[in-house]
Design a protein around this ligand. Structure first.
Ligand code: NAD
Length: 336
């Protein structure tokens, strides 16, 4: 029988619980241990080996480790894994600052050990299909991506605001869907209750011209997870909650001679969305296959994760200063 990868999870809150259940059910992987400093969290995993700290896991001959602690702890934990030569899946956002994200990227690069970032939204079925179609060039020129992520506050996230916690998903999705890094952003935020912003709205300029609008908040009593993409061929709408993808076709597309004839409402078409495993399962299967040497694509790289954090940092700077803010050059180069 083929060897199973020995995996562990550090941080046993909401995300760590999903990772643990996913690893328990995944072929080819054995969940060998779990770490969390909070003893109450450790009791939630009967039948598993649980320890208080990451350093207790480092001698367990791990093939990889998931970092699902609060964002502010990602750098410290990820750097320990890199130093021990252990591959990692670090939850999103990769870190709470662009500089910390770059240090993580550099550390894994220096030891030549694989690592990925948990931007699971790329793996939801309608978004994955939207990306496949856009990357195949099915819809002509891409003009504008408009991403909306809203809902009530979970009460869990206290170390970062909604920009780093939620908008970072869509900053990553926008650059990935358009295959163009974010060059600059303007933004504004609303703070209602917490120490950080509770709502953010940002406009980002992508390399090559398309525009990306991102709205994220955790002060809405109605939950939405949509991405709209305006293209020559029509408006595409992915709805990650409904699990749907639709094309509202442009019945006056660019003609064969290159002249733009404007936009008018054509038929609305429900595009087929193939069933896929849950996003957490998809990302673990991708990482497992890379580590077993028979997969090479689809993971969110540390460079992509660092670029998303740099864009989120630029969003916060733009909101604080009221000025359009460039995204750090390295993030641009990495995402290009
Ligand atoms: N990919 C996704 O869809 C997704 C969804 C939710 C959360 N997340 C990310 O996962 C991370 C955790 O979020 P959450 O909602 O699970 O938070 P949470 O508050 O529910 O859980 C965090 C856990 O980490 C533990 N912890 C604190 N410091 C630690 C340390 N130094 N070492 C080990 N464990 C430590 C806490 O005791 C707690 O059990 C965040 O970075 C968040 O952005 C990602």
């Amino acid at each position: 029988m083929a060897r199973k990868l020995r995996a562990a999870v550090v941080g046993l809150g909401w995300a760590g619980g999903v990772h643990a259940r996913t690893l328990d059910a995944l072929d080819g992987v054995e969940l060998v241990a779990l770490a969390d400093p909070d003893p109450r969290r450790r009791t939630r995993f009967p039948g598993h080996c649980t320890v208080p700290r990451l350093r207790d896991l480092l001698l367990m001959d791990l093939d990889y480790c998931v970092v699902a602690a609060p964002t502010a702890a990602h750098e410290h934990l990820a750097l320990q894994l890199a130093a021990a030569g252990i591959p990692a899946l670090v939850e999103k956002p990769l870190a709470s600052t662009a500089a910390a994200a770059r240090r993580i990227e550099d550390a894994f690069h220096a030891v030549g050990v694989p690592a990925a970032v948990g931007h699971t939204e790329r793996h939801t079925a309608p978004v994955a299909e939207l990306a496949r179609l856009l990357h195949a060039g099915e819809f002509g020129a891409l003009w504008h991506i408009d991403a909306r992520r809203q809902g009530p506050y979970s009460g869990r996230i206290r170390d970062v605001g909604v920009t780093l916690d939620l908008a970072v998903h869509d900053l990553d999705l926008g650059a990935w869907l358009a295959e163009a890094p974010i060059e600059s952003v303007s933004a504004d935020t609303v703070r209602v209750a917490g120490p950080h912003e509770d709502l953010v709205t940002a406009t980002a300029r992508l390399s090559g011209g398309p525009l990306l609008s991102v709205h994220a908040d955790w002060i809405s009593s109605y939950k939405a997870r949509t991405v709209q993409v305006r293209t020559e061929a029509g408006l595409l709408i992915s709805d990650a909650i409904a699990g749907t993808l639709s094309l509202h076709a442009n019945s006056a597309p660019v003609d064969g001679q290159g002249g733009f004839r404007g936009v008018s409402s054509g038929p609305s078409i429900a595009l087929p969305v193939a069933e896929r495993p849950a996003p957490f399962t998809v990302q673990h299967a991708l990482l497992r296959d890379v580590l077993l040497g028979h997969g090479d694509g689809g993971l969110v790289t540390l460079a992509d994760g660092a670029a998303a954090v740099a864009a989120a940092e630029a969003v916060l700077a733009a909101a604080a200063t009221g000025r359009t803010t460039p995204v750090a050059a390295r993030a641009l180069a990495a995402a290009a």
